[in-house]
Design a protein around this ligand. Sequence first.
Ligand code: ZN
Length: 273
Amino acid sequence: MPEGPEIRQAADEVAKALVDRPVTEIFFAFDRLKSFEETLTGETITAVRTRGKAMVICFSVPLYIYSHNQLYGRWYVRNLQSYPTTNRQLRLAIHNSKKSALLYSASDIQVLDEHGLATHPFLGRVELDVLDQAVTIEEVVDRFLDKRFHRRQLTSLLLDQHFLGGLGNYLRSEILFVAKVHPSLRPVDCDTGQIQALAQAVLSVTHQSYLTKGITNDLQIVAQLKEQHYKRSDYRHCVFGRQGKPCFLCGTAIVKDIYAGRRLYFCPQCQAL
Ligand SMILES: [Zn+2]
């Protein structure tokens, strides 16, 4: 599933193609949205925002296209009316005089008015979006210490969009590794230094992933590994997907385990209990 950084990258690409240009044609695959094709044609797109893993396309009229890619959704931005070769189903297409932004496979697509946007259950659930530049380490620390969350396992919290919007499964393993925290802990089991390290890692790992298109490993280590001709898949992450391979910091074999129903990777030495 695409996580917050990937959705934000897709939103940047869609924004670059669509913002400040009038829509010349729009297509919705779902019958329930067909009536909006006429309403939105000719209107100008003013912004493309993200909230957690959701995208919101804003128009010059008070209407918004909400989409959530879930497991399969994928955006393509192409020159006008040029379509990718894919077996996926086209669900939304927005065209202007130069570009086409095409959303395939996603089923969670809605057109909202102001009220719908303000009361949307998913958007309302995300209280803190880790990709929001305004979020501070202190705010994330407060989240870990919040009584609603501090007795829950970190491994389930770091997947919960209500706890922190935009995180997902690869980010969960990488954040715990960078913070040097064992995956079995709850915030209440951690000392002040560990909470501080977790909050810092939440923001730094996510922002780096956004800026580097998905690289969460230490960038100095990445540079060294590239010189040694490592492939991207072998240097991209610190621990995620690396079971049995040596930790880049200490050489210990990375362990794979299942936490909160999903695969998690960690270094038993760097993240010792
Ligand atoms: Zn290690």
